[in-house]
Design a protein around this ligand. Structure first.
Ligand SMILES: [Zn+2]
Length: 312
């Protein structure tokens, strides 16, 4: 009888390294967290990551869990085949041009795969979360910005140069605001949590509001401005989702991030609006649902990805 194999996943974030051990089916055995020293040199961050893997390996050893491979998500553009991080990681001071796979495989003595963190999160939701059992899934994270990942036929879509899938930077307003990416009128400028808060500030003049949660509370209390802001958010989110439906014709769109925590009713309204705008038959039968894995999606996705690659 072949014994169950386990996987370690890591999610390198701007403030914390979230990591854990899970089974092949995505059952969480143990979760860990340690702070990220984002302003430190590359070597320090690599050592911290190696330490995280070691922590998980020791736990696995104590509990007699055979670990088969490690997966990791990092901000930035990653050459997945050689596990090389090119760069573009604004929250980190020096984190670019790093041979992540080479260093961590040597330290851990385990096969290891690295990809972009948004891709890993999407892969986690598609494999173990809301998208379990589906082959064509697009994940959208409505957070500080808008991130996401595209899964076509069970594989992540990355483009020719590992730079694709930047759904937050599709332009929805040709003469809109300039974006940090160099584009104009990008979706995230209108439908992210940041955009929603900014919209509330503009409409109300009250800049003490710091979270979308506060805006939703005011919405539930029937405050006129909060209602306008939430309605506009639904419209703006739906515009982008409709574009996604027309281009990718997915079976499912999974919406996560801070804004989605307001509840299923909010996702349902985005779905209704998006379907009105999208073409048939892409708008027919598509499921538009809320993400399930929360903060664990990143490391779970990385673990799922390692399992997926190992089996190839
Ligand atoms: Zn942009």
């Amino acid at each position: 009888m072949q014994s169950e194999r386990y996987f370690i996943g890591l999610d390198l974030g701007g403030t914390a390294i979230k990591f854990g051990i899970c089974s092949k089916q995505g059952e969480i055995v143990q979760e860990f967290q340690q702070p990220t020293r984002a302003d430190k040199p590359v070597k320090t961050i690599l050592e911290d990551l190696a330490h995280a893997i070691q922590t998980a390996q020791e736990f696995a050893k104590q509990h007699q869990l055979p670990v088969a491979a490690v997966g990791m998500g990092t901000p930035g553009s990653v050459d997945v085949e050689c596990g090389y991080l090119r760069g573009n990681t604004p929250n980190f001071k020096h984190w670019k041009d790093v041979k992540i796979k080479q260093y961590l495989e040597e330290k851990s003595q385990l096969p290891l795969w690295v990809d972009n963190d948004a891709n890993m999160m999407a892969f986690g939701e598609a494999t173990f979360g809301a998208g379990k059992g589906f082959s064509h899934v697009v994940c959208v994270t409505l957070g500080t910005g808008i991130g996401g990942g595209i899964i076509v036929d069970k594989e992540l879509f990355r483009g020719s140069n590992y730079a694709g899938g930047e759904i937050g930077h599709m332009s929805i307003k040709f003469d809109g605001e300039p974006c940090r990416c160099g584009g104009i009128g990008c979706w995230e400028l209108y439908a992210s949590a940041t955009a929603m808060i900014k919209n509330y500030h503009l409409k109300s003049g009250d800049t003490s509001i710091r979270s979308t949660k506060e805006i939703f509370e005011k919405y539930y209390n029937n405050e006129t401005i909060a209602r306008e802001v939430v309605e506009q958010e639904i419209e703006m989110a739906a515009v982008g989702v409709a574009n996604i439906l027309n281009i990718f014709n997915p079976q499912m769109v999974i919406i996560g991030g801070g804004v989605s925590e307001s509840g299923d009713w909010f996702i349902e309204q985005i779905a209704t609006e998006a379907k009105k705008r999208a073409m048939l038959p892409s708008s027919e039968g598509v499921k538009i649902v809320r993400a399930k894995l929360g903060n664990s999606a990143g490391w779970l996705g990385a673990a799922a990805f390692a399992c997926h690659r190992l089996e190839e």
